[in-house]
Ligand binder design. Sequence first.
Ligand code: ADP
Length: 166
Amino acid sequence: MIELSVGDITQMRVDAIVNAANSSLLGGGGVDGAIHRAAGPELLNECRALKGCATGQAKLTQAYRLPARYVIHTVGPVYRDGHAGEAELLASCYQNSLQLAADHHLKSVAFPSISCGVYGYPAEQACAIAVDSVTRFLASHPNMTVDFVCFSEAMRSHYQHVLHTI
Ligand code: ADP
């Protein structure tokens, strides 16, 4: 099942929230900064031991002071011109995050709009990739729930548009 909401992903009481991290996994701005602030310094400690993460891949940590049980850190592509493999890498973020969740028997996962902030991915295109990747994954994992947590009404309407066309 796919759900759509507007809000702060750090408040989500789900099995796992996904962090749009950078490849160092040592924190940053945007949703990454918000997650680290809300989780507390123990999160950075655990992340240090992971030795980074490649673009399109995902790694799991505990969630410490967050209401969620786990954090799945994935690294979205920086958007260049659309011809640098960005779409495939963004799809990999969703697929690999969900596979990691399934491997840990997690049922509810909340995603932010990966790459849509500082990394500059055009929102309409990113939403289409997010919905397509998640829909494909859920077809073989019908017991899982994915919540797209939008940080603005404008972002919500992009997802809404794509969800109406599938
Ligand atoms: P990236 O570097 O992957 O682009 P950003 O954190 O800059 O990551 O932005 C990704 C998306 O997360 C943007 O749409 C941004 O508005 C959104 N965002 C920022 N803070 C939060 C938050 N606390 N909860 C949910 N989404 C957030």
